[in-house]
Design a protein around this ligand. Structure first.
Ligand code: LMR
Length: 329
């Protein structure tokens, strides 16, 4: 393929779903890149489209990447299985969604382990972080890089100023045992649910609250069906940009090198841009009438204290050394 071909109807789609749909030529290998986020300002949308654009320009005639955002091809529950079956070739799931394959990724979910995104980036660049990219090689998954999304914040159908405000509420979480334990430590009830179902569940009261980044809260309009969001920054949201061993091995050596180089460059670029994207989407929420509760140092300390027991609970399965390297990043 060559250029992104956008017909009129495709143009409308690109505005609403931010899809960079390529038209692939006969003879090109088609790689489907599926993800669950949407909008135009979301860091994952931007990175996925950029990756497709670069592959389609620089590997023209060989490989053609098609991007399927918004769970339109596969949602959370099916995408990893689909990768192993060869029904999709590239994914970028949250690191919180690998619990059935490895317990080590629980380290990314430990509450307050990263003081900010810079600390998380520094950990992912360290030897310990880089080794985790290959953690699921035996399954057939290959980590191409980490894509940061942002820190997470709690929203609910009432203002959450203190952890005790969460008591008795039901929160949607990703499929992560650490996240479930964290909600339990706050006195709430966790309910694991696919990302595509969250808006409806908040709207109909199936759950009372959720935790996510500014970019997800804005692009999925969660703020419209919640009282407010509290700036807890309690957890990281980041993605494993990944493919399958089978797909990578199917490429000629020189194509694989180009593919991996582009993946690396796009990942680095995406991580440099993420803080600005999050700040933009925080402001977008405010501009659209969403309410944000801020915490002072004292207030924040109470949230940190309430979640402390969770680290100990997962120390054996994650590994004390790994926890220490992440905490000291
Ligand atoms: C979520 O399920 O809340 C997130 O992982 C969605 C995403 O990919 O940002």
């Amino acid at each position: 393929m060559k250029k992104l071909t956008l017909g009129l109807s495709a143009l409308a789609l690109s505005v609403s779903a931010a899809t960079a749909q390529a038209s692939c030529d006969a003879g090109e290998i088609v790689a489907k890149l599926s993800h669950v986020t949407g909008g135009t300002t979301h860091p994952k949308v931007v990175a996925a489209n950029k990756f497709a654009e670069r592959v389609n320009a620089e590997m023209n005639g060989t490989l053609c990447v098609e991007v399927y955002p918004n769970s339109t091809l596969f949602g959370d529950s099916k995408e990893l299985e689909a990768l192993l079956l060869g029904d999709v070739q590239i994914l970028a799931p949250s690191l919180s969604k690998f619990g059935s394959y490895t317990s080590k990724y629980g380290v990314f979910d430990l509450p307050f382990i990263f003081k900010d995104m810079d600390a998380a980036i520094s950990f992912t660049n360290s030897d310990a972080g880089q080794n985790l990219l290959n953690e699921m090689e035996d399954v057939g998954f290959v980590g191409l890089g980490y894509w940061m999304s942002g820190m997470k914040y709690f929203s609910a159908n009432k203002a959450l100023m203190e952890p005790s405000d969460a008591s008795g509420l039901k929160f949607r979480v990703q499929s992560s045992d650490v996240a479930k334990a964290m909600i339990g430590a706050m006195g709430g009830t966790p309910q694991a649910m696919a990302f595509a179902e969250v808006y409806g569940a908040l709207q109909t009261g199936v759950v009372d609250g959720q935790e996510n980044t500014w970019s997800n809260i804005y692009t999925k309009k969660f703020f419209e069906v919640q009282d407010s969001t509290t700036e807890t920054s309690h957890q990281l949201l980041a993605y494993l940009f990944m493919t399958s061993r089978e797909f990578l091995d199917s490429m000629e050596n020189k194509d694989r090198e180009t593919f991996l180089r582009i993946a690396n460059e796009v990942s680095n670029e995406a991580n440099l841009a993420v803080k600005a994207a999050e700040a933009t989407n925080r402001q977008n929420i405010l501009d659209a009438g969403g309410k944000i509760n801020t915490l002072d140092a004292e207030g924040r300390k109470k949230w940190v204290e309430s979640m402390k027991p969770v680290w100990k609970q997962f120390e054996d399965e994650i590994g004390a050394d790994l926890i220490e390297s992440a905490a000291n990043s």
